[in-house]
Design a protein around this ligand. Structure first.
Ligand code: B12
Length: 227
């Protein structure tokens, strides 16, 4: 009761809550979503919370709209666009103004969505956050073959590979990356995997070094290896 009252007072003082942000993103209202996110950030909501409790929750709430019975491409695409507008115009701007970290070549990561999967919003969030952490991020896009991850790692002298997957059926392709790396002599390259489809899998299931629950989990893991 007391907690609910305090929460209501905070919302009233700020004018907006994360719930408003979620509603605006789901409705595909770019400008409104940006304004709300700006107010929330100004009033002390962290970028982490905006991403995890706002933007990600908004997109995941469209889960049912992505099934064969109820597929609504337009609605999902508009929500995805609103989400990335907030990422570009509010979160990235905030992160860039609060840090001056230059990308470090020794901290290069190849990032992409695995073969058979065209989801890219999560990957793009990860890309932006890792850049803000000073990593040099090479994005090889979506529907990327295991071979293309390894080729890019070789060409770019990467230390890490980040694989995104939201489609469960793509798991066998993720497992192929490690043996291909070993065949090329890149045994030291660490593989991180993330995305809604594989969060429950263990690293050994996927033949990778780390399975991230979200982007902040990945940042924590990488900081442990690079600092
Ligand atoms: C948006 C969406 C779409 C959009 C994608 C737009 C785009 N440009 O990306 C569109 C409409 C195109 C789409 C298409 C399809 N979709 Co869809 N989609 C979704 C939805 C609703 C949200 C996904 C999303 O963007 N979330 C927001 C982001 C921020 O979250 P995230 O991706 O999880 O990322 C976070 C973490 O996971 C992590 N992370 C993500 N990647 C990585 C990578 C690394 C390296 C690291 C460290 C971390 C990390 O960090 C991010 C931030 O914390 C999900 C529902 C759900 N529950 O996820 C279904 C969902 C993923 N889609 C699904 C399906 C079935 C499809 C289609 C096959 C539908 C169809 N009938 O054609 C097609 C895909 C075709 C294909 N071959 O890929 C299923 C997948 C089921 C499964 N497990 O296999 C889901 C779960 C919906 C459902 N319940 O059935 N989809």
């Amino acid at each position: 009761m007391i907690i609910t009252t305090v929460f209501s007072i905070i919302i009233t003082m700020n004018g907006y809550s994360l719930e408003h942000l979620i509603t605006a993103v789901v409705a595909g209202q770019n400008d409104r979503a940006v304004s709300i996110a700006e107010v929330l950030l100004k009033n002390g909501t962290s970028p982490e919370s905006l991403i995890q409790d706002g933007l990600t929750v908004a997109l995941r709430s469209l889960d049912a709209k992505c099934t064969a019975e109820e597929f609504n491409l337009l609605e999902i695409m508009l929500a995805g666009r609103a989400m990335m507008t907030v990422m570009d115009n509010v979160i990235a701007t905030h992160l860039l103004s609060s840090s001056t970290i230059e990308p470090v070549p020794e901290k290069t990561i190849i990032i992409g969505t695995i073969k058979g999967d065209i989801h890219e919003l999560g990957k793009n969030v990860v890309k932006m956050m890792l850049k803000a952490q000073g990593l040099r991020v090479i994005d090889i896009g979506k529907d990327a073959s295991p071979e293309s991850f390894v080729k890019a790692a070789m060409l770019e002298s990467a230390r890490f590979i980040g694989v995104s997957s939201l489609i469960t059926l793509t798991m066998p392709f993720i497992r192929e990356i490690r043996p291909l790396l070993n065949d090329t002599g890149l045994d030291n390259v660490k593989i991180l995997a993330g995305g809604a489809a594989i969060q429950q899998a263990s690293p050994s299931d996927l033949n990778v070094d780390f399975v991230a629950q979200d982007v902040f989990d990945a940042v924590h893991y990488l900081n442990g290896l690079t600092s």
